[in-house]
Design a binder for this molecule. Structure first.
Ligand SMILES: O=C(O)CCC(=O)C(=O)O
Length: 279
């Protein structure tokens, strides 16, 4: 049953269409709506806004709240994701089944999981071309294991349809085979060094997905989020799995997502997930 391993190893990614059922997508979106509600309350209490935009749809409300103070807008949410409605995404059994094909039966949810509200035309939420390993390299603790030795699978799913116009993901197939390449620090994000990136840009592919679809990709694959040229927020979740027998090379240790040796070790349910924290 090695149906996903060949494309993953060859081009560096595999798309799982409709793998997360609509109820689980709705549960995740509801958590994001709650998060936006909290942001509105915070801005109101701080006197930064007068209107909490209660009737504004999910796809625009956070932007409305911050459009006059974009410099303090959240670029992403991470610590805030220990909410019951996200368990059904991060610990989805069908996604974990595929990940197990790549990583084996000891799987960790890596301590890098994020919700991204990509605002219209704002560079603060436009993630530039990078390898995830390029970021890990910046924080790696200098132990014996190198970033290139990490056995990891990245996952990305949209909470609204992700298209070229609103900033879907783009990949350059096969680039995961290049190892960790040099990155340059830009204002908000790292970017792959120009001389490595430019000759490969013509091979970039657009990854257009609907809510419920998940793309799994290699930790070293060159990827970016395209600019959002619409007037709505492109909401998405990204998270990562790792072979749990390895160190994370970060100060956090993540959470066990599946253990064939000791199934009780894995996070068991939504309530347990919500009690845990970003550690
Ligand atoms: O969502 C995006 O635009 C970028 C996400 C990303 O770079 C990642 O998942 O590693």
């Amino acid at each position: 049953m090695q149906t996903h391993v060949d494309p993953f190893n060859g081009r560096g990614y595999v798309v799982l269409r409709g793998v997360i059922e609509p109820a689980a997508v709705r549960a995740a979106r509801r958590e994001m709506e709650g998060l936006v509600e909290e942001q509105a309350a915070k801005l109101l209490a701080a006197g930064k806004i007068r209107d909490p935009w209660k009737d504004e749809p999910f796809a625009t409300r956070l932007y409305r709240l911050y459009e006059n103070c974009l410099d303090v807008a959240p670029k992403s949410f991470r610590q805030e994701l220990h909410r019951p409605g996200l368990f059904g995404v991060f610990f989805h059994p069908k996604v974990l089944d595929v990940v197990e094909e790549f990583l084996g039966g000891e799987i960790r949810l890596y301590p890098n999981y994020t919700a991204r509200p990509k605002f219209p035309e704002w560079e603060g939420t436009q993630v530039l071309w990078h390898q995830d390993g390029g970021y890990t390299e910046q924080v790696a603790d200098g132990g014996e294991q190198t970033v290139e030795q990490l056995r990891m699978v990245n996952a990305w799913t949209p909470l609204v349809p992700a298209r070229v116009a609103n900033g879907c993901m783009q990949f350059i197939p096969g680039t995961h085979a290049l190892g960790v390449v040099p990155h340059t620090k830009r204002r908000h994000y790292l970017e792959i060094a120009d001389e490595v990136l430019r000759p490969r840009l013509s091979q970039a592919v657009d990854i257009e997905l609907d809510p419920g679809d998940v793309v799994l990709f290699h930790n070293l694959l060159f990827h970016q989020g395209k600019p959002n040229r619409t007037q709505q927020i492109r909401w998405s979740l990204d998270w990562r799995y790792q072979d749990a027998t390895q160190p994370t090379l970060r100060k956090e240790s993540g959470h066990p997502a599946r253990s064939r040796r000791d199934p009780e070790r894995a996070v068991q349910n939504a309530e347990q997930w919500a009690r845990l924290s970003f550690t």
